[in-house]
Design a binder for this molecule. Structure first.
Ligand code: HXC
Length: 260
Protein backbone atom coordinates (compact mmCIF):
# COMPACT_ATOMS: atom_id res chain seq x y z
CA UNK A 1 0.00 0.00 0.00
CA UNK A 2 1.16 3.56 -0.77
CA UNK A 3 1.00 6.29 1.87
CA UNK A 4 1.15 10.04 1.28
CA UNK A 5 3.47 10.79 4.20
CA UNK A 6 5.20 7.46 4.86
CA UNK A 7 7.82 5.41 3.07
CA UNK A 8 7.49 1.67 3.54
CA UNK A 9 10.54 -0.43 2.84
CA UNK A 10 10.81 -4.21 3.17
CA UNK A 11 14.07 -5.94 3.92
CA UNK A 12 13.26 -9.63 4.40
CA UNK A 13 11.04 -9.85 7.46
CA UNK A 14 11.97 -6.32 8.59
CA UNK A 15 9.59 -3.54 7.56
CA UNK A 16 10.88 0.00 7.89
CA UNK A 17 8.40 2.87 8.11
CA UNK A 18 9.88 6.32 7.51
CA UNK A 19 7.81 9.38 8.35
CA UNK A 20 8.43 11.52 5.31
CA UNK A 21 7.71 15.23 5.88
CA UNK A 22 11.27 16.49 6.24
CA UNK A 23 10.32 20.05 5.23
CA UNK A 24 8.35 20.24 8.52
CA UNK A 25 10.86 18.08 10.47
CA UNK A 26 8.34 15.20 10.14
CA UNK A 27 5.77 16.95 12.36
CA UNK A 28 2.65 14.89 12.93
CA UNK A 29 -0.40 16.35 11.22
CA UNK A 30 -3.67 14.43 10.81
CA UNK A 31 -2.53 12.97 7.49
CA UNK A 32 0.65 11.49 9.01
CA UNK A 33 -1.35 10.10 11.92
CA UNK A 34 -3.95 8.57 9.57
CA UNK A 35 -1.18 7.03 7.46
CA UNK A 36 0.56 5.63 10.56
CA UNK A 37 -2.72 4.25 11.80
CA UNK A 38 -3.44 2.52 8.47
CA UNK A 39 0.12 1.20 8.19
CA UNK A 40 0.22 -0.30 11.69
CA UNK A 41 -3.26 -1.80 11.29
CA UNK A 42 -2.08 -3.51 8.09
CA UNK A 43 1.21 -4.67 9.63
CA UNK A 44 -0.57 -6.27 12.59
CA UNK A 45 -2.00 -9.01 10.36
CA UNK A 46 1.05 -9.39 8.10
CA UNK A 47 2.79 -12.64 8.95
CA UNK A 48 5.75 -11.78 6.63
CA UNK A 49 6.70 -8.86 8.90
CA UNK A 50 8.55 -10.01 12.02
CA UNK A 51 9.94 -6.67 13.24
CA UNK A 52 9.10 -3.04 12.39
CA UNK A 53 11.55 -0.12 12.44
CA UNK A 54 10.09 3.38 12.77
CA UNK A 55 12.23 6.37 11.81
CA UNK A 56 12.07 9.87 10.31
CA UNK A 57 13.23 11.15 6.93
CA UNK A 58 16.38 13.27 6.81
CA UNK A 59 19.28 13.57 9.24
CA UNK A 60 17.81 16.26 11.43
CA UNK A 61 14.59 14.96 12.86
CA UNK A 62 12.72 11.84 13.92
CA UNK A 63 9.54 13.81 14.62
CA UNK A 64 9.59 17.42 15.90
CA UNK A 65 6.17 17.05 17.52
CA UNK A 66 2.55 17.33 16.58
CA UNK A 67 1.97 19.91 13.86
CA UNK A 68 1.69 23.25 15.65
CA UNK A 69 0.35 25.00 12.53
CA UNK A 70 -2.56 22.56 12.44
CA UNK A 71 -3.21 22.69 16.20
CA UNK A 72 -3.07 26.48 16.53
CA UNK A 73 -6.73 27.22 15.71
CA UNK A 74 -8.34 24.04 16.99
CA UNK A 75 -11.48 24.12 19.11
CA UNK A 76 -11.42 22.02 22.30
CA UNK A 77 -13.41 19.27 20.57
CA UNK A 78 -11.05 19.24 17.59
CA UNK A 79 -8.10 19.12 20.00
CA UNK A 80 -9.64 16.11 21.76
CA UNK A 81 -10.16 14.35 18.40
CA UNK A 82 -6.55 15.08 17.48
CA UNK A 83 -5.21 13.79 20.80
CA UNK A 84 -7.32 10.64 20.44
CA UNK A 85 -6.06 10.08 16.89
CA UNK A 86 -2.45 10.29 18.11
CA UNK A 87 -3.26 8.04 21.06
CA UNK A 88 -4.81 5.53 18.68
CA UNK A 89 -1.54 5.40 16.75
CA UNK A 90 0.58 4.96 19.90
CA UNK A 91 -1.73 2.20 21.14
CA UNK A 92 -1.57 0.44 17.77
CA UNK A 93 2.23 0.45 18.02
CA UNK A 94 2.21 -0.72 21.62
CA UNK A 95 -0.26 -3.50 20.85
CA UNK A 96 1.26 -4.54 17.54
CA UNK A 97 2.06 -8.25 17.88
CA UNK A 98 5.52 -7.72 16.38
CA UNK A 99 8.29 -5.72 18.09
CA UNK A 100 8.71 -2.11 16.98
CA UNK A 101 12.14 -0.43 17.14
CA UNK A 102 12.33 3.37 17.06
CA UNK A 103 15.47 4.57 15.25
CA UNK A 104 15.55 8.13 16.60
CA UNK A 105 17.56 10.13 14.06
CA UNK A 106 17.26 13.66 15.46
CA UNK A 107 14.53 15.69 17.17
CA UNK A 108 12.02 13.60 19.12
CA UNK A 109 10.00 16.39 20.71
CA UNK A 110 6.46 16.42 22.07
CA UNK A 111 4.43 14.01 19.95
CA UNK A 112 7.72 12.70 18.50
CA UNK A 113 8.98 11.66 21.92
CA UNK A 114 5.54 10.18 22.63
CA UNK A 115 5.64 8.18 19.41
CA UNK A 116 9.10 6.83 20.27
CA UNK A 117 7.93 5.91 23.78
CA UNK A 118 5.16 3.72 22.36
CA UNK A 119 7.79 1.63 20.54
CA UNK A 120 9.30 -1.41 22.26
CA UNK A 121 12.98 -0.42 21.94
CA UNK A 122 14.48 3.04 21.29
CA UNK A 123 17.86 3.43 19.59
CA UNK A 124 19.05 7.03 19.39
CA UNK A 125 21.61 8.70 17.18
CA UNK A 126 24.14 10.86 19.06
CA UNK A 127 22.48 13.99 17.67
CA UNK A 128 18.99 13.02 18.87
CA UNK A 129 17.19 15.55 21.07
CA UNK A 130 14.33 14.69 23.36
CA UNK A 131 11.78 16.68 25.30
CA UNK A 132 8.15 17.44 25.99
CA UNK A 133 8.05 21.17 25.20
CA UNK A 134 4.23 21.41 25.20
CA UNK A 135 3.98 23.60 28.34
CA UNK A 136 5.87 26.28 26.45
CA UNK A 137 3.01 26.28 23.94
CA UNK A 138 0.42 26.47 26.70
CA UNK A 139 -0.73 22.86 26.43
CA UNK A 140 -0.04 19.50 28.02
CA UNK A 141 1.32 16.44 26.25
CA UNK A 142 -1.52 14.60 24.55
CA UNK A 143 -0.28 11.52 22.72
CA UNK A 144 0.43 9.56 25.91
CA UNK A 145 3.39 11.55 27.28
CA UNK A 146 1.93 12.16 30.73
CA UNK A 147 1.39 8.41 31.07
CA UNK A 148 4.20 6.60 29.23
CA UNK A 149 7.01 8.95 30.34
CA UNK A 150 6.56 8.25 34.10
CA UNK A 151 6.26 4.54 33.33
CA UNK A 152 9.64 4.67 31.56
CA UNK A 153 11.68 7.13 33.64
CA UNK A 154 9.78 7.37 36.94
CA UNK A 155 7.34 9.96 38.23
CA UNK A 156 9.81 12.60 39.46
CA UNK A 157 11.97 12.71 36.32
CA UNK A 158 8.86 12.68 34.13
CA UNK A 159 7.43 15.66 35.99
CA UNK A 160 10.71 17.56 35.65
CA UNK A 161 10.67 16.94 31.88
CA UNK A 162 6.96 17.77 31.53
CA UNK A 163 7.02 20.89 33.75
CA UNK A 164 10.21 22.48 32.34
CA UNK A 165 9.83 21.54 28.67
CA UNK A 166 13.64 21.18 28.62
CA UNK A 167 15.20 19.64 25.54
CA UNK A 168 18.01 17.17 26.30
CA UNK A 169 20.43 14.99 24.39
CA UNK A 170 20.76 11.29 23.68
CA UNK A 171 23.24 10.57 26.49
CA UNK A 172 20.89 12.04 29.08
CA UNK A 173 18.00 10.11 27.54
CA UNK A 174 20.10 6.96 27.91
CA UNK A 175 21.00 7.73 31.51
CA UNK A 176 17.34 8.08 32.55
CA UNK A 177 16.17 5.02 30.61
CA UNK A 178 14.26 6.91 27.94
CA UNK A 179 16.38 5.28 25.25
CA UNK A 180 18.08 1.92 25.28
CA UNK A 181 21.21 2.60 23.21
CA UNK A 182 23.05 5.53 21.62
CA UNK A 183 25.01 5.08 18.39
CA UNK A 184 26.49 7.45 15.81
CA UNK A 185 24.18 8.92 13.19
CA UNK A 186 26.05 6.97 10.51
CA UNK A 187 25.49 3.69 12.38
CA UNK A 188 21.86 4.23 13.39
CA UNK A 189 19.92 2.54 10.58
CA UNK A 190 22.29 -0.44 10.35
CA UNK A 191 22.25 -0.86 14.11
CA UNK A 192 18.44 -0.95 14.10
CA UNK A 193 18.40 -3.41 11.20
CA UNK A 194 20.91 -5.72 12.89
CA UNK A 195 18.95 -5.57 16.12
CA UNK A 196 15.81 -6.49 14.16
CA UNK A 197 17.65 -9.43 12.57
CA UNK A 198 18.90 -10.60 15.95
CA UNK A 199 15.30 -10.70 17.19
CA UNK A 200 14.16 -12.44 14.00
CA UNK A 201 16.63 -15.28 14.61
CA UNK A 202 14.71 -16.18 17.78
CA UNK A 203 11.35 -17.88 18.08
CA UNK A 204 8.77 -15.45 16.67
CA UNK A 205 5.93 -16.84 18.77
CA UNK A 206 8.01 -16.51 21.95
CA UNK A 207 9.05 -12.96 20.98
CA UNK A 208 5.44 -11.90 20.42
CA UNK A 209 4.32 -13.51 23.67
CA UNK A 210 7.19 -11.81 25.52
CA UNK A 211 5.97 -8.43 24.25
CA UNK A 212 2.42 -9.18 25.35
CA UNK A 213 3.57 -10.45 28.76
CA UNK A 214 5.62 -7.32 29.50
CA UNK A 215 2.97 -4.89 28.25
CA UNK A 216 -0.05 -6.53 29.85
CA UNK A 217 1.82 -7.46 33.01
CA UNK A 218 2.93 -3.86 33.64
CA UNK A 219 -0.73 -2.86 33.93
CA UNK A 220 -1.57 -5.63 36.45
CA UNK A 221 -0.71 -6.22 40.08
CA UNK A 222 2.29 -8.54 40.51
CA UNK A 223 0.31 -11.65 41.52
CA UNK A 224 -1.94 -11.46 38.44
CA UNK A 225 0.97 -10.52 36.20
CA UNK A 226 2.94 -13.57 37.36
CA UNK A 227 -0.10 -15.76 36.75
CA UNK A 228 -0.36 -14.24 33.26
CA UNK A 229 3.32 -15.03 32.68
CA UNK A 230 2.72 -18.68 33.63
CA UNK A 231 -0.21 -18.87 31.15
CA UNK A 232 1.92 -17.33 28.39
CA UNK A 233 4.75 -19.76 29.18
CA UNK A 234 2.30 -22.67 29.01
CA UNK A 235 0.98 -21.42 25.68
CA UNK A 236 4.49 -21.70 24.21
CA UNK A 237 4.19 -25.46 24.68
CA UNK A 238 1.37 -25.49 22.12
CA UNK A 239 3.80 -24.19 19.46
CA UNK A 240 6.07 -26.17 17.16
CA UNK A 241 8.62 -23.55 18.07
CA UNK A 242 9.05 -24.90 21.62
CA UNK A 243 9.57 -28.45 20.36
CA UNK A 244 12.06 -27.24 17.73
CA UNK A 245 13.91 -24.87 20.09
CA UNK A 246 14.41 -27.45 22.82
CA UNK A 247 15.09 -30.35 20.45
CA UNK A 248 17.72 -28.26 18.65
CA UNK A 249 19.42 -27.56 21.98
CA UNK A 250 19.50 -31.25 22.88
CA UNK A 251 20.75 -32.16 19.38
CA UNK A 252 23.42 -29.40 19.61
CA UNK A 253 22.26 -27.61 16.46
CA UNK A 254 20.70 -24.25 15.59
CA UNK A 255 16.91 -24.17 15.73
CA UNK A 256 14.95 -23.71 12.54
CA UNK A 257 11.94 -21.62 13.56
CA UNK A 258 8.97 -21.41 11.21
CA UNK A 259 6.76 -19.09 13.24
CA UNK A 260 4.34 -21.83 14.22
C1 HXC B 1 4.86 22.30 12.64
C2 HXC B 1 7.12 22.43 12.52
C3 HXC B 1 7.24 21.76 13.77
C4 HXC B 1 6.04 21.38 14.43
C5 HXC B 1 9.21 22.21 13.06
N1 HXC B 1 8.37 22.68 12.12
N2 HXC B 1 8.54 21.67 14.06
N3 HXC B 1 5.94 22.67 11.96
N4 HXC B 1 4.88 21.68 13.82
N5 HXC B 1 6.05 20.73 15.60
C6 HXC B 1 8.71 23.34 10.86
C7 HXC B 1 9.14 24.78 11.09
O1 HXC B 1 8.02 25.63 11.23
C8 HXC B 1 9.92 25.07 9.83
O2 HXC B 1 9.01 25.31 8.78
C9 HXC B 1 10.60 23.72 9.54
O3 HXC B 1 9.85 22.74 10.25
C10 HXC B 1 12.03 23.68 10.04
O4 HXC B 1 12.02 24.05 11.41
P1 HXC B 1 12.93 25.22 12.02
O5 HXC B 1 12.26 25.71 13.26
O6 HXC B 1 13.25 26.23 10.98
O7 HXC B 1 14.26 24.42 12.37
P2 HXC B 1 15.29 24.71 13.54
O8 HXC B 1 15.56 26.17 13.66
O9 HXC B 1 16.45 23.80 13.31
O10 HXC B 1 14.55 24.28 14.88
C11 HXC B 1 14.18 22.95 15.10
C12 HXC B 1 13.21 22.82 16.31
C13 HXC B 1 12.03 23.78 16.11
C14 HXC B 1 13.97 23.18 17.59
C15 HXC B 1 12.76 21.36 16.38
O11 HXC B 1 11.49 23.55 14.79
C16 HXC B 1 10.94 23.60 17.09
O12 HXC B 1 11.06 24.04 18.24
N6 HXC B 1 9.85 22.95 16.70
C17 HXC B 1 8.71 22.75 17.56
C18 HXC B 1 8.99 21.69 18.58
C19 HXC B 1 7.82 21.49 19.50
O13 HXC B 1 7.44 22.41 20.26
N7 HXC B 1 7.22 20.28 19.47
C20 HXC B 1 6.09 19.97 20.30
C21 HXC B 1 4.82 20.32 19.57
S1 HXC B 1 3.40 20.09 20.58
P3 HXC B 1 9.25 26.54 7.74
O14 HXC B 1 8.03 26.47 6.87
O15 HXC B 1 9.37 27.76 8.58
O16 HXC B 1 10.52 26.16 7.04
C22 HXC B 1 3.09 18.43 20.54
C23 HXC B 1 1.83 18.01 21.22
C24 HXC B 1 1.54 16.52 21.09
O17 HXC B 1 3.81 17.66 20.00
C25 HXC B 1 0.17 16.15 21.59
C26 HXC B 1 -0.94 16.65 20.76
C27 HXC B 1 -2.31 16.19 21.21
Amino acid sequence: MEYTTLLLERNGAVTKLTINRPQALNALNSQVLEDLSAAFRALATESETGVVILTGAGEKSFVAGADITQMKDMTPLQAREFAMLGQKVTSLIENLPQPVIAAVNGFALGGGCELAMACDIRIAAENAKFGQPEVGLGVTAGFGGTQRLPRLVGKGKAKEILFTGDVFGAEEALSIGLVDRVVTSAELQDYALNLARKILAKGPVAVRLSKAAVNKGMDMDLANALQYEAEVFALCFASQEQTEGMTAFVEKRKPNFTGK
